[in-house]
Design a protein around this ligand. Structure first.
Ligand code: FAD
Ligand code: DHB
Length: 389
């Protein structure tokens, strides 16, 4: 098989790139290791920056998002019984969109299928060959049958555990990592959200987050130990712990119910440099991971897609290699800003095992500064709604 851009990974980054390129007449093939049902079953991100909203519009996939998603003009931050609001609309003039990653992915799959886009599921043994030549090639197997794709470019959108990053020789790659000594236990439940906006909570018992998908679908997270397993946590234990971590006014009105999904995610900051090797470009979680506290993972994957999409359009439409040559540098500049924000917001809100009394005082002092200082709120809001591309 032959194509212009071979895309490894059918998560949100790979699908969005594929659909955007299709709109400009550039042909792609997407290779996905799992089934479509599996990809759509992974409950993850819920907050979209305007940059991603605009990309979904450009991809022709924004209709359901605008009908069913919720624009949020602010968020609440609590510490102990204290609570305050960051007003995104007033500080930045921009809202964020609450719309699940599963729905983004579903809309993109639907658009690709409608357009007759080529997506291969359940691919195994993907090997990217000749990425440092001008004739890259991908070999893989599907249900035991060997196949290959000759292409002009490879987009590595295969997440943190994919093969694309590993294809870049170790002596060319530099990796930066911070692993956090805790995880997030998340549940989804068919209950009305405790509040119409998100609540990020710092408490003596650890972090908690109250989020939602719609009027009768709530998403809650609590900081947990890395040795915990979802089965260790009954629904009752989860609700009781969540209520202890948010102000009593919120806890008293929280409606509990059976969980329909329960999972634990570890927290990590990770960046690999460069994000390009020859004709291979890394996009999204394949190149970087942020702790989820700032809601930046999917959004940073989208900003990579934005840069790569424009670079490839410039190549095919104007014969310019400028965008391709500057892709890694441009993408990384924004990636590091998202890394900084996610690291800062995580350190503001979690309990760390080695935190001293002094460190705790610093955390509260920083929260009080944020509560009272417009400039600090402005910086937080600009980062949260998304820095410009
Ligand atoms: P992925 O979603 O990981 O997709 C990669 C795809 O590649 C997968 O489908 C995988 O099966 C496939 N693949 C892997 N290896 C291969 C291979 N060898 N061959 C072929 N295919 C392969 N981000 C936000 O912006 N906002 C949030 O609110 C937010 N909340 C989060 C909450 C949690 C609990 C978690 C865990 C994450 C959250 N994120 C959030 C992060 C966000 O979910 C990820 O950053 C996003 O999924 C990255 O998309 P991606 O397409 O780069 O990678
Ligand atoms: C959600 C996840 C996040 O990591 C976050 O910061 C905000 C919302 C969510 O799943 O709804």
């Amino acid at each position: 098989m032959k194509t212009q851009v071979a895309i490894v990974g059918g998560g949100p980054a790979g699908l969005l790139l594929s659909q955007l390129l299709h709109q400009r007449g550039i042909e792609t093939v997407v290779l996905e290791r799992k089934t479509k049902a599996y990809v759509l079953g992974r409950v993850r991100a819920g907050v979209l920056e305007q940059g991603l909203v605009k990309l979904m519009e450009e991809a022709g996939c924004a209709e359901r998002m605008h009908a069913e998603g919720f624009a949020h003009d602010g968020t609440l931050i609590s510490y102990g019984e204290e609570i305050f609001r960051i007003d995104f609309a007033e500080l930045t003039g921009q809202p964020v969109m609450v719309y699940g990653q599963t729905e983004v992915t579903r809309d993109l799959y639907e658009a690709r299928e409608k357009a007759g886009g080529k997506i291969e599921f359940e691919v195994e043994d993907v090997v990217i060959r000749g990425a440092d030549s001008d004739k890259p090639m991908i070999t893989y197997t599907v249900h035991g049958e060997s196949r290959e794709i000759a292409c002009d470019f490879v987009a590595g959108c295969d997440g943190f555990h994919g093969v694309s990053r590993q294809t870049i020789p170790i002596d060319v790659r530099r990796e930066y990592e911070k692993v956090y000594p805790f995880g997030w236990l998340g549940i989804l439940s068919n209950t009305p959200p405790v509040n119409h906006e998100l609540i990020y909570a710092n408490s003596a018992r650890g972090f908690a987050l109250c989020s939602m998908r719609n009027d009768n679908l709530s998403r809650y997270y609590i900081q947990c130990s890395l040795s915990d397993h979802p089965e260790d946590w009954t629904d009752e234990a989860f609700w009781a712990e969540l209520k202890r971590r948010i102000p009593s006014e919120q806890a008293d009105k929280l409606i509990a119910g059976p969980s329909i999904e329960k999972s634990i995610a570890p927290l990590r900051s990770f960046v690999t440099e460069p994000m390009r090797w020859g004709r291979l470009f890394l996009c999204g979680d394949a190149a970087h991971i942020v702790p989820p506290t700032g809601a930046k993972g999917l959004n940073t994957a989208a900003s990579d897609v934005h840069y790569l999409y424009h670079a490839l359009c410039d190549f095919y439409e104007a014969g310019s290699e400028e965008g391709i040559n500057s892709y890694s540098e441009k993408a990384l500049k924004r990636v590091w800003k998202a890394e900084r924000f996610s690291w800062w917001f995580s350190s503001l809100l979690h309990r760390y095992p080695d935190q001293s009394e002094f460190d705790l005082k610093m955390q509260i002092s920083e929260l009080e500064f944020l509560r009272s200082n417009k400039a600090a709120q402005q910086a937080m809001a600009e980062n949260y709604v998304g820095l410009p591309y």
